[in-house]
Design a protein around this ligand. Structure first.
Ligand SMILES: [Zn+2]
Length: 265
């Protein structure tokens, strides 16, 4: 079982304007790849061909087209690839359902993930966690979080708390490159956050060089991400100031931050 603790080799495939499709090298099956949230098949096929690799499985975090749109075409190329996703009729190509609390075991590939139900962005959104890596789709971004299309602030707050309780060393693989814009907002909420200031410098350098800012780590997110910091006095105070009224629960702080960010340019 030791290979379950080995850090994964994961490669980003940029898609559309700011999506990342993550390609995981299978520890027990050289030349085989697991793709996470392939919204577009074309760059995945190109990346696999350039490596002489084949597709072993597809992991899906939620039903949005920019995360599942490439599944049909990938299945035409690799019909045996399992398609593992949440219990949601909107993911028609699913061959295996990932359920909260059940492990997602892929023994032939040397991979094992815990499935976490994290509603908020969508109601059936899940995360895959294992090997020190978290694939969290559009729920947690670096220095930000997803919009609440289907869930409530209470659900989203609970989901983010669940993710934040994972080991701080966890590498965070998000669905989008939103870090620079998110940090602009984070520093508006917490202008004196020195870690966020330093991170912003690093992120701007990476983006200028055309490099991804991901994966992030949970340790960093807990220090810079306002949506994971709703219980921190400076964040709470900024939300209270913005709302112009007292806020009791951390879900209320979260709701104010999320609505503020939705309007933020
Ligand atoms: Zn989404």
């Amino acid at each position: 079982m030791s290979n379950l603790d080995t850090p994964l080799r994961v490669h980003p495939v940029p898609a559309f304007s700011d999506n990342y499709i993550w390609l995981i090298e299978c520890p027990a099956a050289p030349g085989r790849i697991v793709a996470v949230d392939p919204g577009d098949a074309v760059p995945v096929i190109a990346a696999l061909k350039s490596r002489g690799a084949s597709l072993a499985a597809i992991l899906l975090t939620h039903h949005h087209p920019d995360h599942i749109g490439g599944v049909g075409e990938l299945k035409r190329h690799w019909p045996e690839a399992a398609v593992i996703g949440p219990d949601d009729a909107r993911i028609a190509q699913r061959t295996r359902t990932a359920r909260d609390g059940e492990p997602c075991d892929l023994p032939d590939l040397g991979l094992r993930f815990a499935i976490m139900s994290i509603p908020g962005h969508t109601l059936s959104h899940i995360a895959f966690w294992g090997h020190g890596a978290l694939f969290c789709g559009d729920t947690l971004f670096s220095a930000g979080c997803g919009r609440m299309f289907e869930g409530t602030p209470e659900q989203m707050t609970a989901s983010l708390k669940l993710l934040a309780a994972l080991p701080p060393s966890t590498s965070v693989y998000c669905g989008h490159e939103y870090t620079a814009a998110n940090l602009k907002f984070a520093l508006t909420v917490e202008p004196a956050n020195a870690t966020a200031q330093e991170y912003r410098e690093r992120v701007l350098r990476l983006r200028e060089a055309g490099q991804p800012t991901l994966p992030s780590s949970l340790a960093l997110e807990i220090q810079v991400n306002p949506f994971l910091r709703c219980d921190i006095p400076s964040v709470r105070e900024a939300a209270v100031q913005h709302a112009g009224r007292p806020l009791r629960e951390s879900a209320a702080v979260f709701a104010v931050l999320r609505a503020w960010k939705d309007q933020f340019r």
